[in-house]
Design a protein around this ligand. Structure first.
Ligand code: WT7
Length: 572
């Protein structure tokens, strides 16, 4: 990496005037004073995001600009307030209570957003699921969370193993036709009957609000729990990182099934009272540029994979559209290659601002700010109020350019408060007193910029989606031909990493291209398309420890042609 290459400050009219000075003087209590709950002690993040604006003269302002290839709709803050109130009443009527888990499994549509906000308004815990999940992924999450209600569509319902989920009592179907069985409700019918007035459930700031499942290197997906207090961070990072201003038209391309799609696809823009663009349907360069042009997007938050695909599509397609509305561009999820940053400068005439955070951190912790020089390839500097450092395994801070654990001093407002029903897993993140250990390795340069190096564990990041190798391996061994499977991330120029599976076949099965395709499909239809291995290699035997654990680090070394390191724990 070139630590000296810099791109000068370019954005004007920004919210954070002087990063260094603010970093020295800021503390989080300054943000709390902006909300009424600093006096009452009671809060509801959905109220703060929507109703607060509807009640203070912004009722007619557009909150949501939604479109997909078949719909084009706009909703004001007042309408969002009423719709989410109605949905809160629907849940109450059905018998959903404060603290219950309500999951939402459907594509991005306005109904998803009404449901999300309405669930939070009655104090229930919302769990958004990515629409691409297949049965096994859906089941794990609904089972672990003991969800009592699910909002979904008739098309996705076959992937919900209702009979194997004893806690799941209520299914609300968006777009259902005809008469429904007991326990099933028509979203549209129920909404029609529900009042637009709602008695909001006032919560403690530390009350649970949201669960996102994410993957580690071992075990089933973990339910990362966030509380209402997280809004403090969503609001302030919205101001200083997204640089949101009154007249902005903001577009975050992430789905709410992932944390970026909630923290920055819902909370940050609406807490700041800004118009939020949601585009449904599939990615294509034309579609995305058209979305910017048509909506006159000013702030655009996306991911390296998307920028790399746009780069791959070339400059010609950029020239077909008027992208002059765009003022500020941001990226998160995986390393943003310097080459992509340079390309952004050339083609959009804009800096792409990389930032770093995780499902567990709930909000942005390290970032490039509009008024700061960018060093292409760096994730930037800690957000005011955040102390980030590189530490060794004993908790000692390391000097510049030395690689180590990327860690953050606890706590901060949007830090996860639990791994659902798994306190041991939660504790693993805090094994060095006073620190949150991210699982990423990085180093810091002498100017305080952080540079990402990789994951310390085996977690795979493919196109910005975090995939646990264990989840994929577990699915693979369910296939009748598979005796053993080991899964790794293999470097890929567009996707960051792709999933590669090493497979030992059961006796009686012969390696073939057809079998590879069949196995790939088995994961695709059983777990999720993004979790299916793009590459499969058959092996007679996989490297294992004496206790039978597959040694992914050896598979990785094979793949990259590197030395395999210490093999003392390997079976004969
Ligand atoms: C992991 C977290 C919350 C954002 C969406 C991903 C990787 C995240 C960057 C970045 C390099 C990054 C890390 C992190 N990551 N941002 N700017 N540069 N790597 O959330 O699914 O919880 O994944 O994504 O490895 O630990 P997530």
């Amino acid at each position: 990496m070139n630590h000296d290459e810099r791109i000068a400050v370019q954005t004007s009219g920004n919210n954070l005037k002087n990063y260094e000075e603010t970093y020295r003087s800021f503390d989080w209590s300054q943000v709390e004073k902006e909300f009424t709950w600093s006096q009452t002690g009671r809060v509801n993040a959905a109220y703060e995001a929507i109703d607060r604006h509807a009640e203070s003269g912004k009722g007619d302002k557009i909150a949501l600009m939604y479109s997909d290839p078949s719909r084009d709709e706009k909703y004001t803050f007042q309408e969002m307030k009423e719709k989410s109130n109605q949905f809160g009443n629907v849940l109450r009527k059905i018998g959903v209570h404060k603290g219950d888990r309500v999951f939402i499994f459907m594509p991005r549509t306005p109904e998803l957003y009404f449901s999300f906000l309405g669930t939070i308004k009655i104090g229930a815990i919302v769990g958004p699921l990515f629409e691409a999940f297949m049965e096994a992924a859906v089941k794990d999450r609904l089972e672990n969370s003991e969800a009592v209600a699910l909002v979904t569509t008739p098309a996705l319902l076959p992937r919900v193993p209702v009979n194997e989920l004893p806690h799941l009592k209520h299914i609300i179907l968006v777009g259902a036709e005809g008469k429904l069985d007991e326990g099933y409700y028509s979203f549209e019918e129920e909404m029609k009957q529900a009042s637009t007035q709602l008695e909001i459930e006032w919560m403690d700031r530390e009350d649970p609000m949201l669960i996102h499942y994410t993957s580690g290197s071992t075990g089933k997906p973990k339910g990362v729990l966030h509380v209402h207090n997280a809004m403090i961070q969503h609001y302030q990072t919205g101001k200083w990182v997204l640089d949101l201003q009154e007249d902005d038209i903001y577009w975050c391309t992430a789905d709410p099934g992932w944390v970026t799609g909630t923290s920055y696809g819902i909370f940050a823009p609406w807490l700041n009272g800004v118009t939020n663009v949601i585009r449904g349907g599939r990615f294509s360069p034309d579609d995305w540029y058209q979305t910017i042009e048509k909506n006159k997007v000013t702030v655009w938050y996306s991911a390296p994979t998307a920028f790399r695909m746009l780069m791959g599509a070339g400059e010609e397609v950029v020239k077909k559209y008027d992208l002059s509305s765009v003022r500020h561009v941001l990226s998160v999820g995986e390393p943003l290659n310097p080459e992509v940053v340079r390309w952004g400068m050339k083609v959009y005439g804009k800096r792409i601002h990389d930032n770093w955070w995780m499902t567990e951190t709930g909000g942005i912790l390290i970032s490039n700010y509009p008024q700061m020089e960018i060093k292409p390839g760096s994730m930037g500097k800690p957000f005011p109020g955040i102390y980030a450092a590189i530490i060794d395994d004993e908790g000692n801070e390391l000097p510049p350019y030395q690689m180590g654990n990327l860690a953050v001093k606890t706590p901060w407002p949007s830090m996860m408060r639990q791994i659902w029903k798994n306190p041991e897993k939660y504790q693993e993140y805090f094994r060095i007193p006073g620190w949150y250990i991210s699982g990423d390795s990085a180093y810091k340069d002498e100017d305080g910029y952080f540079w990402f190096q990789g994951r310390i564990d085996d977690v795979i990041n493919t196109s910005g989606e975090r995939v646990g190798p264990f989840e994929v391996e577990s699915k693979l061994v369910e296939h009748p031909a598979v005796a053993e499977a080991g899964v790794i991330g293999k470097p890929d120029p567009v996707r960051g990493q792709i999933i590669k599976a090493f497979i030992a076949l059961r006796s009686g099965y012969q390696p073939s291209e057809e079998l590879k395709e069949e196995i790939r499909n088995f994961v695709k239809t059983g777990l999720a398309a993004h979790a299916a291995p793009r590459e499969i290699e058959f092996k007679d035997k996989l490297p294992k420890t004496r206790s039978g654990k597959i040694m992914r680090r050896v598979l990785k070394a094979w793949e990259l042609g590197l030395p395999t390191g210490d093999l003392s724990t390997m079976e004969d």
